[in-house]
Design a protein around this ligand. Structure first.
Ligand SMILES: Cc1cc2nc3c(=O)[nH]c(=O)nc-3n(C[C@H](O)[C@H](O)[C@H](O)COP(=O)(O)OP(=O)(O)OC[C@H]3O[C@@H](n4cnc5c(N)ncnc54)[C@H](O)[C@@H]3O)c2cc1C
Length: 554
């Protein structure tokens, strides 16, 4: 029988970091269970190919939401990595820690020990930061961790135009939004190293697998096995065979925000009424499992470009083949960047204390998933409100582990989110109208110049809103006495023994930025809880808050 001290379900952002740290300086046997396969090949490794893996069954679980009630019944793609490295192997490679206040909020919501000062030492431990010539303070960044973080070559003239436009519109600039000043326009950071995607598998899993006490088993986890209320193993499918992999110490679920709650529900941990309806024996009644689903929704505001400076000139087969050859042999050229090389974190209104809008700038007009490109040269802002109040759910359709989960985000179910989205459209247009874009600005492609009234903007948002692919919160961390919390601040599932959830599903509140960095941080920090150690808080960690935030958003 297969058995280990720690059995980790999922080799994604959190699971890989967890395996690496648990194996460090220890003889414990660690087995990682992963349904996905190898990450070999250009679709994953070539940064510019980022839109391919999320559309490939081989690498993506292929989930879609139910018809979204406030988006005229549209089903939205909800990709999740199904490959070693998990979603960090199919994501956009943007690296964001999150704002200091995000983590202070976590602590206030009951996640004791997760304030900004508590998590900074873990970001420092995981990072291997390279400023690539575009500034920042190395003293506030990690320099020898496993996760390489770089910046793009930033040669496209539209990048300078974008950052200048932000300043012309009155917003601040920042050299390093992952340092002490998140707010402003500046260079975007990437998990790319030597021209290749630097996923959690590259940074953590593959080095961990070099150790004799770490093993990877390719299998599908069906449910957790308990003896009374103590987790003792995982039932898995290995090919056509079903067997149990025993855990002598703990079972650690790192299967992400859709599959972690699904596994708990299939194992009898969740809202008792839902489980009873499905004929699943209730082990622990935890009403919060699968609830509190959060995400960052966004729209693309697209402008035609009068000059042939955009990436559109490479959007043809001869240029793509040339880029592929150059990348294959030299790991440089157009293939070696994700092209998210500039961004902004800004505040939507006076009285908002810290950024609630994130903008990704892209020097081409295209859908993120590569499914539709506008004809001709263009550029775009990906923009959306980062602090949505709407909450969704992940639930089971039936008790068959192989049935995909039922996902509903309930985007725009709160009026505040509708108003915030309108503001995003107005702000994006204001930035694109600044003098810095004058030499390039053609007509507005999307939403289109006739989309001006609130009604038309709302309709545009309903028709075009997409996920930014940051689902979180479905196994929320909180006080053990909080009835709706699923895990306690040490990631232990409340009500059972020897079982933790360690991934993006435990976020009490979504961080205001992309979620790969915080997911890795969760794996790093939870490993220390398991090993009974913790890094001392960084009492000197500083945060920049705009001095006029109460009266102005610039
Ligand atoms: C298309 C896309 C683009 C994104 N872009 C960015 C970006 O640019 N920057 C950023 O910071 N974030 C981005 N994200 C989000 C970020 O990558 C995720 O938030 C983060 O990777 C989540 O980490 P995790 O550990 O929670 O889960 P994952 O990394 O998804 O890991 C879960 C793992 O568990 C495995 N698993 C699940 N169920 C089972 C089972 N039953 N049996 C066996 N194995 C199982 C999965 O195959 C997977 O490997 C993006 C995500 C996607 C999908």
């Amino acid at each position: 029988m297969n058995c280990a001290d720690y059995v980790i379900i999922g080799s994604g952002s959190s699971g890989s970091a967890l395996a690496y740290r648990l194996a460090e300086n220890s003889n414990d046997q660690i087995t990682v269970l992963e349904f996905g396969g190898s990450d070999f090949g250009p679709f994953i490794n070539m940064p510019a190919a980022l839109s391919y893996p999320m559309n490939m069954k081989r690498y993506d679980w292929g989930y879609f939401t139910e018809p979204e009630p406030n988006l005229d019944g549209r089903s939205i793609a909800a990709p999740r990595g199904k490959v070693i490295g998990g979603s960090s192997s199919i994501n956009g490679m943007v690296y964001v820690r999150g704002h200091a206040r995000d983590f202070d909020n976590w602590a206030q919501l009951g996640a004791t020990g997760w304030s900004y000062q508590d998590v900074v030492p873990y970001f420092l431990r995981m990072e291997n930061w390279h400023d690539c010539g575009s500034g920042g303070d190395p003293r506030v960044r990690g320099n020898d961790g496993p996760l390489h973080i770089t910046r793009g070559i930033r040669k496209n003239p539209l990048i300078e135009a974008f950052e200048m436009a932000g300043v012309q519109a009155g917003y601040p600039a920042t050299e390093d939004y992952n340092g002490y000043k998140q707010e402003g326009f500046g260079p975007m950071e990437q998990t790319i190293w030597n021209g290749k995607r630097w996923s959690a598998a590259s940074a953590y899993l593959k080095p961990a697998l070099q150790k004799p006490n770490v093993k990877l088993i390719r299998c599908f986890a069906r449910r957790i096995i308990f003896e009374e209320k103590k987790a003792v193993g995982v039932e898995v499918n290995i090919g056509q065979r079903t067997e149990v992999i025993r855990a002598n110490k703990e079972v650690l679920i790192s299967a992400s925000s859709f599959n972690s709650p699904k596994l708990l529900l299939l194992s009898g941990i969740g809202p008792a009424d839902e489980l009873n309806d499905l004929g699943i024996e209730v082990l622990v009644d935890r009403p919060g499992v699968g609830k509190n689903l959060m995400d960052h929704p966004e729209v693309y505001i697209q402008q035609a470009c009068k000059q042939d400076v955009t990436l559109f000139k490479y959007w043809n087969w001869p240029a793509k083949i040339l880029a592929g050859v150059q990348w294959t042999f030299f790991r440089n050229g157009i293939g070696s960047s994700n092209h998210f090389e500039s961004c902004a974190f800004i505040r939507s209104a006076p009285g908002v204390e810290y950024p609630d809008i994130q903008i990704h700038f892209l020097p081409i007009a295209i859908r993120y998933d590569g499914q539709a490109i506008s004809e001709g040269h263009g550029y775009q802002l990906h923009i959306g409100p980062m602090r949505c109040s709407s909450r969704g759910t992940v639930s089971l359709r039936d008790k068959n582990p192989e049935t995909p989960p039922k996902i509903v985000f309930n985007y725009l179910s709160e009026q505040k989110d509708v108003i915030d989205f309108r503001r995003c459209v107005t702000i994006a247009r204001e930035i694109l109208a600044q003098p810095a874009f004058e030499p390039y600005r053609g007509k507005e492609i999307q939403p289109g110049e006739d989309v001006v009234s609130d009604d038309k903007i709302d309709q545009f948002i309903r028709e075009h809103l997409e996920s930014a692919y940051h689902p979180s919160g479905t196994c929320r961390m909180g006080n053990a006495s909080d009835k709706k919390a699923v895990v306690d601040p040490q990631c232990r599932v409340i009500g059972v023994e020897n079982l933790r959830v360690i991934d993006s599903s435990i976020f009490p509140q979504l961080t205001y930025g992309n979620t790969n960095g915080p997911s890795i941080m969760v794996g790093e920090k939870a490993a220390d809880f398991i090993l009974g150690r913790t890094l001392p808080p960084d009492e000197n960690a500083q945060v920049w808050i705009h001095p006029n935030w109460e009266t102005s958003n610039r």
